[in-house]
Design a binder for this molecule. Structure first.
Ligand code: UN1
Length: 495
């Protein structure tokens, strides 16, 4: 599947109906990794029709059987982990170590959701009348549309398709145009596990194909991860059609370092959160909020660490930072260097393209000091290895600065003081909070998502994911043998 990343529709690998293709380019070497099907609305139409046709039988397949299929997917992904990881590094540039972590998240999620096949818990509660029983059960919804980004090309889709499938829905997936081959290889694992035809459909292509998924009347739920601009456009279109939407969008995550922190630990965590995956995680750290007493020492440690990072083509284990995903990303990140200069931030290290690392879209790990909370580099999502250091006078001020952005995904605080740690847990207004750990590394068994502009109040992963892909059905069973009129009787009692 790696030479020509086709679509997978109704259990068949097919080219786009128009015959159109596009190339997937390795951002480190600029070589072509694969050709891919460039789908149009007609391909989306076929995929939705296949998903709709497969839904009645999949919905009635007992959930424990659906779970067994997901366990098989987990086994196959485990066997193919290295091959998938290598393909991922080639297609979108993250290092091989990071790619292995990406695939592992999908394996973990497949086991977790496979287990849900024997849970999918609803609940019972007492009812108001005698000889009557009440329960709330989770119901599948139908065809689910997934639109996903390139930065976690296996993990993020797995957070969506695995809960959607275990709940009894069928799926149409439009991955990023940056990662068609690894997407096809991921879907192949489901096909080889024996998933019935039409239950999971892949449509490769660009934004127009994603929009066609979001706008299709037979797609009842849309789950989107990606940029804020695209996410809000999807939300608006889907809302007009009355669809349920889950959004995961931008982040402007901060690590707070207090005067009493373990600075070695903090410096290590900041380095990996800011520069790991070349800063291209929603959860990456792009703001460092530090108490004045330790800022100079911390900055010195960070500069040394940034300079020591090995930037290059991440297909070998020794490379620590890969390239940015494409030229557009390189241009965007580079443009913030001018913005920072104009705003008066002080460049401590990095600050430009890393030509020494190769011909690809490499960028130097970059650190700015003297940043104020309202500067553009402290407010806008750059999505690259650029970290801004903001000095503050107290923990309270640090928390205020943290909370004062358009986004609210992840935050972290380094302190050895347990009272301060718990106050921070209470007052940091992000969806994910870390104590003495960087802002990345969320585990799949807990809800993932953010407040404010990061999302729309929904969460992925953990048990919360099921809320996105099921609807509640409340069931009342009256075994009294007579017509009990609960509401009327209650009103009568209340007078
Ligand atoms: C993302 O960047 O969209 O917590 C997902 C983390 C990873 C997932 C990031 N487990 O950094």
């Amino acid at each position: 599947m790696t030479d020509f990343a086709k679509n997978f529709i109704g259990g068949q690998w097919v080219a786009a109906q128009s015959g159109a293709t596009f190339a997937s380019i390795n951002p480190a070497t600029l070589e072509t990794v694969a050709e891919a099907a460039k789908s149009g609305a007609e391909d989306v139409q076929a995929a939705v029709a296949a998903a709709k046709a497969a839904y009645p039988a999949w919905r009635l397949t007992p959930a424990p059987r659906r779970g067994e299929l997901l366990f098989r997917v987990a086994h196959i992904l485990t066997e193919r982990k290295e091959a998938l990881s290598r393909l991922m590094t080639m297609e979108m540039g993250k290092t091989i170590t990071e790619a292995r972590g990406d695939v592992q998240e999908a394996i973990d999620m497949a086991y977790y959701m496979g287990g849900e096949g024997r849970r999918l818990k609803g609940y019972t509660a007492p009812v108001e009348m005698p000889n009557k029983f009440g329960m709330a059960i989770r119901d599948s919804v139908g065809v689910v549309g997934l639109v996903t980004p390139w930065n976690f090309p296996v993990a993020v889709p797995s957070w969506k398709m695995l809960p959607a499938l275990i709940a009894g829905n069928t799926v149409v997936w439009k991955p990023s145009e940056e990662t068609p081959a690894v997407s096809a290889a991921f879907v192949e694992a489901f096909a080889d596990a024996g998933l019935p035809a039409g239950v999971l459909n892949l449509v490769n292509g660009f934004g127009d194909a994603g929009a066609a998924v979001a706008e299709h009347p037979d797609v009842r739920i849309i789950s989107f991860t990606g940029s804020t601009t695209t996410g809000l456009a999807v939300y608006t279109k889907a809302a007009a059609l009355g669809k349920k939407v889950t959004l995961e969008m931008g982040g402007k995550n901060a690590i707070i370092v207090l005067d009493d922190a373990n600075l070695d630990l903090a410096a290590e965590a900041i380095t990996w959160s800011a520069y790991g995956t070349t800063g291209q995680r929603c959860t990456a750290t792009s703001r460092l909020i530090v108490e004045k007493g330790v800022s100079a020492k911390l900055a010195e440690a960070l500069v040394a660490k940034a300079q020591a990072l090995r930037v290059g083509y991440g297909i070998t284990d020794d490379i620590q930072v890969g390239p940015l995903v494409n030229e557009k990303a390189l241009n965007k990140v580079s443009s913030y260097i001018d913005v920072a200069k104009a705003d008066g931030a002080r460049l401590l290290v990095g600050g430009g393209r890393d030509a020494a690392a190769g011909a690809g879209y490499f960028f130097q790990p970059t650190l700015y000091a003297g940043v104020t909370p309202t500067m553009r580099i402290a407010q806008e999502e750059i999505f690259g290895p650029v970290l801004s250091m903001i000095e503050v006078g107290s923990m309270e001020e640090a928390i205020e600065v943290n909370n004062n952005t358009a986004y609210g995904l992840s935050s972290s605080i380094f302190t050895e003081n347990v009272n301060k740690a718990f106050r921070a847990i209470r007052d940091l207004t992000t969806g994910i909070v870390y104590i003495n750990h960087g802002t990345t590394g969320a585990e799949i068994q807990f809800p993932f998502g953010g407040t404010r502009g990061t999302g729309n109040g929904m969460r992925e992963a953990g048990g919360a994911a099921l809320d996105s892909f099921t609807e509640w059905k409340s069931v009342y069973v009256d075994f009294s043998g007579r017509l009990q009129r609960a509401q009327i009787d209650t009103d009568a009692i209340l007078g």
